[in-house]
Design a protein around this ligand. Structure first.
Ligand code: ZN
Length: 417
């Protein structure tokens, strides 16, 4: 009975409920692995033909009531597991989450480069076992961009050709929708983000003025959605109040790029001579060390980066093998200016596990506290949101391993994961 389950959970203590969640998730992963095997076998035997279905989707819609999205994602996973036993192991031994394996399966289903995933599948599955979904997604999309460079270039051109916009008011609702190619998209997004940030700061200051130390997001006068809408209105108002013919300031787009990708990009542009390729290096380099993305982690096509570079409103932050941008030797108490930018560029968001506060709304934090001898140096810094920066005063600690991954420990030294 459902009510018995409700009563049992309500009676359990916090640790027991958290433990039960992990148990249930382990079961889901095992079930997902077995479901993939069942789907693969049904597909191979073409069982769907018996009732006149053209593919597995027809059978699944009718016999198990799945949505088209479920049919698509489950079949992606079935095909991935059919080809790579290790992917099945990662699910069955509950190491990798369903979302992470599905993301790899999606890339595997990409008709233009899915076949080439064999070269990096081991690394991707390894990362799937220890990363949050958002981080794994960046790695997978980065690999896809690299493996499918012709397709990405074609997409870039097609997306620019298909640019479109509407501003309409109908039935009492005003609406705006626009799409651009990547180049204009990145520049416009930067302007939009700056306006949204201005609205956010105005709200935050107003909230602190009224509530003081008790100020928190839920007390802010507008929602994120309302601030985004007001930011668009402000952009239109600012544009209409500028004198005709006045020159707009060029937006600065931060692009974070590893030095291998940067060198490859310059070779393609014939600005650097060809570089020697290490015969033991996997094709395309180690996927996790490659990076060509905006502040928010959105992968950018190196071709677009090159165009941005030519148009000169780009700022490069080139990272070394550990993902640390630059060393700053001078001893300073606070991360400011370029040192602050370098700290913030080490993660797209607050480094506390599971937190989604963007780096630009976080504080540049000393990983090892200044009071405990930590240097004011980008290698000893990372973005932490207000809440999680304060948590460090309660015995929580953050470290960064040599591969550039962040770890957060509870006061009893156990890791949050
Ligand atoms: Zn946080």
């Amino acid at each position: 009975m459902y009510s018995e389950v409700v009563d049992r959970i309500a009676a359990a203590d916090d640790d027991a409920i958290a433990h039960r969640l992990r148990e249930l998730e382990a079961k889901r992963r095992e079930v997902e692995a077995e479901t993939a095997v069942v789907l693969g076998e049904l597909d191979r035997r073409k069982v769907y033909r018996v009732d006149g279905h053209a593919s597995m989707w027809g059978l699944l819609r009718v016999s198990v009531g799945w949505s088209d999205r479920e049919c698509k994602e489950r079949m992606w996973v079935a095909r991935l597991l059919e080809r790579f036993c290790d992917a099945g192991e990662a699910l069955l031994d509950t190491r990798a989450s369903i979302a992470n394996v599905t993301e790899i399966a999606r890339a595997h289903a990409n008709p233009r480069c899915g076949d080439e995933i064999e070269a990096v599948i081991g690394t991707l599955l390894n990362e799937a076992g220890r990363r949050e979904f958002d981080d794994l997604k960046i790695i997978v999309r980065q690999w896809e961009r690299q493996a499918d460079s012709d397709g990405a270039l074609k997409d870039t051109e097609t997306n620019h050709a298909n640019r479109n916009a509407h501003v309409i008011t109908w039935n009492g609702v005003g609406q705006a929708a626009a799409q651009w190619g990547e180049l204009d998209g990145l520049a416009n997004q930067e302007v939009f983000d700056q306006f949204v940030q201005t609205e956010w700061l105005a709200d935050w200051e107003a909230t602190v003025a009224v509530h003081g130390d008790a100020a928190c997001k839920s007390l802010m006068p507008r929602t994120d959605a309302q601030r985004r809408a007001d930011a668009i209105t402000r952009i239109f108002q600012t544009a209409s109040s500028s004198p005709p013919g006045s020159r707009a300031p060029e937006p600065i787009v931060n692009v974070h790029i590893d030095h291998h990708t940067f060198a490859d990009m310059m070779v393609v542009a014939e600005l650097f001579p060809g570089r020697n390729v290490d015969p033991f290096e996997p094709p395309g380099g180690l996927v996790t060390d490659r990076r060509c993305a905006t502040d928010t982690g959105h992968p950018v096509d190196p071709q677009t980066v090159f165009q941005l570079m030519v148009e000169s409103y780009i700022r490069f932050v080139i990272h070394d093998e550990q993902g640390v941008p630059i060393r700053w030797g001078r001893k300073r108490r606070l991360f400011t200016g370029a040192a602050r930018d370098a700290v913030m560029s080490q993660s797209c968001r607050c480094t506390h596990p599971g937190c989604r506060v963007r780096a630009r709304r976080s504080q540049a934090d000393h990983t090892t506290d200044y009071s405990r001898g930590g240097h004011t140096d980008p290698a000893n810094g990372g973005p932490r949101c207000l809440r999680h920066n304060l948590l460090k005063n309660h015995g929580y600690a953050t470290t960064r391993d040599p591969r550039g991954n962040w770890h957060t420990y509870r006061p009893d030294s156990s890791e949050i994961c």
